[in-house]
Design a protein around this ligand. Structure first.
Ligand code: ATP
Ligand code: BTN
Length: 265
């Protein structure tokens, strides 16, 4: 397997201690979880040019087409303080990507709660965090991030539950996906160091999609659990919705899906 020069150069601009590169693999999260259990250090990454069985939340499929996307899994071994913020690791990846899109490409991306990244209301990245425990002891987390970069990365409409896009479609100049990957890893480290600060929650709030708009919360079976105006986040990252009778409702991330009140969704 030959590793692209541009990938190696990009990794050298980060503090990634070890990496695995695959031209094709079933899922980078699966490999990273195995690697985590075998003692790999904090910050190690697994990257794949193509995933044949990329996974999303709730055992959904995540499509990674060859040579057009970022499919990366970051191994995290949280210290004692970070262990108090485990639910924030997925939003952390979303916040990091939004930051990179803003500062390297001047793109205004938003986070569809809890952590999908949207450009112009279409999904350009998904995040799946998986945790490994040994009884009561936390071995670590794998934060898997899939980003559509070039147009070939966008899956056929029939496979999608929500409209998709890619970064290149919003940018007038050619994008180097390995540079974006490296910037994402660096931004992930930066925002990780901010997780205990209010600035972290402020950043998440600031980039929240559909704020002030009418939204639905759907359950797994498709039934609408609640609808109302999305007013923001609570201090611990739950979603706040003002229902029709002006009652504040709080939704915890889990087996629910947020949708804007548009007929096609
Ligand atoms: P939610 O329902 O929780 O709001 P979601 O509909 O985006 O989010 P997830 O489980 O977060 O669902 O993501 C998996 C879904 O993402 C798949 O069911 C598919 O619809 C979509 N998907 C798969 N691959 C891609 C991709 N490369 N780009 C955009 N969307 C994708
Ligand atoms: C989602 O939106 O449901 C999450 C999608 C997460 C996809 C990434 S791609 C890299 C990593 N490997 C996987 O199998 N999944 C994550």
């Amino acid at each position: 397997m030959s590793i692209p020069e541009a990938f190696i150069k990009a990794i050298q601009s980060t503090s990634v201690p070890q990496f695995k590169y695959y031209s094709s693999i079933d899922s980078t999260n699966r490999i990273a979880l195995e690697w985590l259990e075998n003692g790999t250090p904090d910050g190690a990454i697994v990257f794949a040019d193509h995933q044949s069985s990329g996974r999303g939340r709730f055992e959904r499929k995540w499509v990674t087409q060859p040579s057009s996307a970022i499919a990366v899994s970051i191994i995290v071994r949280p210290d004692a303080r970070e262990q108090q913020y485990l639910p924030l690791f997925s939003p952390l990846a979303g916040i990091a990507l939004v930051d990179v899109l803003k500062h390297t490409l001047q793109l205004d991306a938003q986070i569809k709660w809890p952590n999908d990244v949207l450009l112009n209301r279409m999904k350009t990245a998904g995040i799946l965090t998986e945790t490994v425990w040994n009884g009561e002891e936390l071995l670590g987390l794998v934060v898997g991030i899939g980003v559509n970069v070039l147009p070939q990365s966008i899956p056929p409409k029939g496979l999608l539950q929500y409209p998709a896009t890619c970064i290149q479609d919003h940018c007038p100049f050619p994008i180097d996906r390995f540079e974006i990957m490296a910037a994402l890893i660096n931004a992930f480290s930066f925002w990780r160091s901010q997780m205990h600060l209010t600035e972290f929650m402020n950043q998440w709030q600031k980039t929240l999609a559909f704020r002030g708009e009418k939204v639905y919360i759907k359950q797994k079976d498709g039934t609408v659990q609640l609808s109302g105006i999305l007013s923001g986040l609570t201090a611990n990252g739950d979603l706040e919705i003002l229902s029709e009778n002006n009652q504040k409702q709080t939704i915890t991330a889990g087996d629910v899906h947020l949708r804007p009140a548009e007929p096609e969704n």
